[in-house]
Design a protein around this ligand. Structure first.
Ligand SMILES: [Zn+2]
Length: 199
């Protein structure tokens, strides 16, 4: 039987991604074992990180400045934009060093039976950005080839029809079916990126 304190811990971590009850308790046991000073530092660091970090006004990548380092980099191409589901996808693509354009982070995927207002709002922002800025020549839809990504692709297809002058491309099927961009090794990511398709 779970004592109320443990239930509280599990409930607290319940909204964290990929943290199950066992991991929640393990994390909690680790945290309470730390020295008082470490605990204080942990809380102070967490507070600073959460207070100072916000989303880049352009691409929604977390940053402490108004714009993230990628958007502020004058050496990056600003006529090509890669639309990704998550922040970790940007990290993987940056590690693979194959893309020199800008990003747009959706914040996840639109899933049926789930309230994904945030993602729909961001797609709206992307639409506004494409409308206001006529320098975009290509939009790379860098979403995983999963069934879960299909509703999001439908939304993005509406944009594709709305902007016939912009080339919309998709990652080649180098990414395995059911695989995630985030977890692909740099080589797979490279062939998927270089062999991207228009349909
Ligand atoms: Zn940015």
């Amino acid at each position: 039987m779970l004592i109320p304190l443990f239930k509280k811990v599990i409930n607290f971590f319940d909204s964290f991604p990929e943290i199950g009850p066992r991991q929640a308790l393990r994390l909690f046991f680790w945290l309470i074992r730390q020295k008082e000073e470490t605990k204080k530092n942990f809380l102070a660091n967490l507070e600073t990180l959460l207070e100072k970090t916000h989303f880049c006004h352009n691409c929604f990548f977390p940053t402490v400045e108004e714009f993230c380092p990628i958007c502020s980099d004058p050496k990056r191409q600003d006529d090509i934009i890669a639309v990704v589901a998550r922040e970790t996808d940007v990290l993987s693509l940056e590690t693979a060093k194959i893309f020199k354009g800008k990003y747009f982070i959706l914040g996840g995927l639109v899933l049926p039976f789930e309230d994904k207002t945030l993602i729909k709002e961001r797609i709206k922002v992307l639409e506004e950005r494409l409308e206001q800025n006529n320098r975009f020549k290509e939009v790379i839809i860098a979403l995983p080839y999963t069934r879960e990504a299909e509703p999001t692709l439908k939304y993005l297809n509406i944009l594709r029809k709305k902007f016939p002058d912009i080339k919309f491309t998709f990652l080649a099927r180098g990414i395995p079916t059911g695989g995630e961009v985030e977890f692909a090794d740099p080589e797979t990511l490279r062939s998927a990126f270089l062999g991207r398709i228009t349909d």
